[in-house]
Design a protein around this ligand. Structure first.
Ligand code: SF4
Length: 476
């Protein structure tokens, strides 16, 4: 039975949200506790999804899965981790796009077919997921969730290939979209990345163990070394024979999600050889070069604007000040989201430091504006704290279109930049001026080796189209 959980309103600001993080371990000698490593890895990836978490561990072919709603620390305790013994493990954290969350949609998902047990965890979004699902249902498949990941599981089960790895490869060739996947058979850990490399996926090593993780920060937390990133169209099979790389698809040019650099990825992660914090600092420097304003200080919106604000201050020569404090311990409230509470949302999370801001002309730095509602509240709050002028500077271009590749954006018509000019947005949010970073400035600032970028939410140029899930996304 699918259990519907009561609505628990997380105090979220108006941001695009990452939908998932994945982690996998293969420890040939069981030298390391696989469940503990996966738990720690998921902990480091918590920013990529806070609605559910799960770990599946394989002990000589015996699969043990535990998943639940909430943060990693809510879902797992010592006893649950002790019950997950084995030498291969995969884990997942998920952000839900719906107001209420279903345990059935938590991952990893575990399936059993004549080919053997298979656990899968996925970050991304398939643009042909709805179409594939309909075809599979017409052929008799019964789905237990609304996850794209389950489409892949059914494709593997129905594949004419008898060998589970070959069936998995064949199934990857049929799906389209953005996906970074970790999976586990009875004897192998599998990692695969879509042919365009939309979402990140890294390979690391810890002693005799191989680790796969959405971001390198999850390798750091367990003391693993980053070996390299899994390439677009590449599949790794890790088992007793070692690590085997193959390409299930022709490698296409990188279309890595540029928003990972702007906002989603953790600042301490490294992508394409580029540290994310330093990339954001460079965005701030470029923003300062593109903006002409007289001000007394640079203030970040914490924590999303901090790296860019440091860069802005370095380039402009203006002092950097922590003029807004973030309450670090706000995660989730059980208070029902009435209008009254929604209005308090920003104040619960952020508080201005009046003695710093009062009487000052400030450049306020944030990474993006989605609907504009939070920016409006923050600016009002800063003005109430006595700011003389508030010039908002954004370290990315205006968001004018939705994401179909695994990020939860608002619907297109809710994006403020589709409805208003820059001047009108400044007027709506109550800023004295508003400056966005140019797209050229954005692309010039990020130095990731060999990477090309998806910039579709800024320019509507979707590298692989919007796919058949377009309506589902636009109607949600
Ligand atoms: Fe990232 Fe935007 Fe492309 Fe989505 S549309 S993958 S958020 S750059």
């Amino acid at each position: 039975m699918v259990r519907e959980y009561p609505l628990q309103e997380r105090i979220k600001l108006d941001k695009m949200e990452e939908e998932c993080g994945v982690f996998g371990v293969y420890s040939s000698t069981k030298k390391y506790n696989v469940a503990n490593l996966t738990y720690l890895g998921l902990h480091a990836l918590q920013h990529r999804g806070q609605e559910s978490a799960g770990i599946c561990v394989n002990n000589d072919g015996q699969f043990n899965l535990h998943k639940g709603m909430g943060l990693v620390t809510n879902v797992f305790d010592e006893d649950k981790l002790k019950s997950l013994d084995g030498k291969i493990g995969i884990g997942h954290v998920r952000y839900s796009t719906t107001g209420s969350s279903l345990l059935a949609n938590a991952q990893p998902i575990l399936t059993n077919s004549i080919k053997g047990d298979l656990a899968i965890a996925h970050n991304g979004n398939l643009i042909n997921g709805a179409e594939m699902r309909l075809n599979l249902e017409r052929q008799g498949s019964i789905f237990h969730s609304t996850l794209d990941t389950e489409v892949l599981a059914h494709l593997v089960a129905r594949s004419f290939k008898d060998n589970i790895i070959e069936a998995f490869t064949h199934s990857l060739q049929q799906i389209k979209g953005a996906f970074s996947i970790v999976a586990m058979t009875k004897d192998s850990l599998i990692a695969a990345r879509d042919p365009h490399g939309f979402r990140p996926l890294s390979l690391g090593k810890l002693g005799d163990s191989y680790i796969v993780a959405s971001e390198s920060c999850a390798l750091d937390i367990i003391g693993a070394t980053l070996i390299r990133e899994i390439e677009p169209g590449e599949m790794l099979i890790i088992n007793e024979e070692g690590i085997k790389s193959s390409y299930y698809s022709e490698r296409k040019p990188y279309n890595f999600c540029i928003f990972e650099f702007i906002y989603f990825a953790r600042p301490d992660s490294v992508i394409g050889g580029q540290n994310v914090h330093l990339a954001r600092q460079e965005l701030g420097r470029q923003l300062a070069r593109e903006m002409d304003v007289e001000a007394d200080m640079v203030v970040p919106v914490p924590s999303s604007g901090i790296s860019a604000a440091l860069g802005f201050a370095q380039e402009s020569g203006l002092p950097y000040q922590k003029g807004i404090l973030r309450n670090r311990y706000v995660g989730r409230t059980f208070i029902q989201p009435t209008q009254e509470i929604r209005d308090l949302k920003v104040r619960i999370k952020l508080n201005p430091i009046r003695d710093i801001i009062k009487g000052k002309k400030i450049v306020l730095i944030d990474d993006s504006i989605v609907r504009g509602t939070t920016s409006k509240r923050i600016i009002r709050m800063v003005r109430e704290a006595g700011a003389k002028e508030v010039h908002l500077a954004i370290s990315s271009p205006p968001v004018i279109d939705s994401c179909y590749y695994g990020l939860d954006t608002s619907r297109r018509k809710e994006l403020i930049a589709t409805q208003k000019s820059v001047e009108e947005i400044a007027d709506y949010i109550g800023a004295d001026s508003l400056t966005y970073l140019s797209k050229e400035g954005l692309l010039d600032s990020i130095q990731a080796n060999g990477y090309g970028f998806c910039t579709a939410c800024f320019d509507g140029n979707y590298p692989i189209g919007k796919g058949t899930d377009k309506l589902a996304i636009e109607n949600r």
